[in-house]
Design a protein around this ligand. Structure first.
Ligand code: GLN
Length: 216
């Protein structure tokens, strides 16, 4: 059974672990540098990217994590995509820069902290229900970055909300907050190239508690 890490400093890491376990993968909490050892891939959850950046410094995780990200598959969601991207404003330290995108934090406005929308995706089955919580906006997509999910933008042109660059995936929405495991499964099988006895009809029970977790 593959061992897949979930960065668990802060944010909604528990839901990502539940999604991995539903698919039949061992989900490993990553809080300290040692926890990265022997992992096949990593998920970086939503939460608060400033707080996560500070916690990475105080736990000594930043450098080992940077090395891991240069070598292994990773999928970052929401705050995770901010940390993987090339530039983001007002972070205590620069993001890791393993995904050639520019990201604007909290770009969808204070009054619309959260919204849900059906997205176009390149995944089998196409449409995907996206949950956005104080989401970042991808404002620039570099060459060599593939758009895997998009929504209708301000001027009706498609706006990228999910991207892939080689073995690095960034999603502005929260696939761990729906019972639809296609993004997790696609990341593990297609991006990370893992194979295991996948739970074919896996789904997770979701009970969302708005405000109950820290996504700010
Ligand atoms: N607004 C958060 C940040 O800037 C991200 C929100 C989320 O991860 N749900 O870090």
């Amino acid at each position: 059974m593959p061992r897949v890490g979930v960065l668990s400093l802060q944010g909604d890491f528990a839901r990502h672990r539940a999604s991995l376990e539903a698919l039949g993968v061992e989900a490993v909490r990553v809080v300290l540098p040692d926890h990265l050892e022997g992992l096949e891939a990593l998920l970086m959850p939503g939460g608060e990217s400033t707080t996560m950046t500070r916690l990475m410094a105080s736990t000594g995780l930043r450098e080992p994590l940077a090395a891991f990200l240069r070598a292994k598959p990773v999928m970052g969601t929401c705050a995770g995509v901010i940390l993987l991207g090339g530039d983001a404003e007002r972070l205590p330290e620069p993001p890791f820069g393993v995904l050639d995108v520019s990201v604007e934090r909290n770009a969808y406005g204070r009054q619309i902290d959260s919204f849900e929308e059906d997205l176009d995706t390149t995944l089998p089955g196409g449409r995907y229900h996206g949950v956005f919580i104080r989401a970042p906006r991808i404002t620039r997509v570099g060459r060599g970055v593939q758009v895997v999910a998009s929504r209708a933008g301000r001027d009706a042109s498609a706006e990228a909300v999910g991207v892939r660059q080689g073995r690095v995936v960034g999603l502005c929405f929260h696939p761990e907050l729906t019972s639809d495991l296609r993004f997790h499964r696609w990341f593990l099988t297609e991006v990370a190239g893992l194979s295991w006895a996948v739970h074919e009809d896996a789904t997770v029970a979701v009970g969302r508690e708005p405000g109950g977790e820290s996504h700010s």
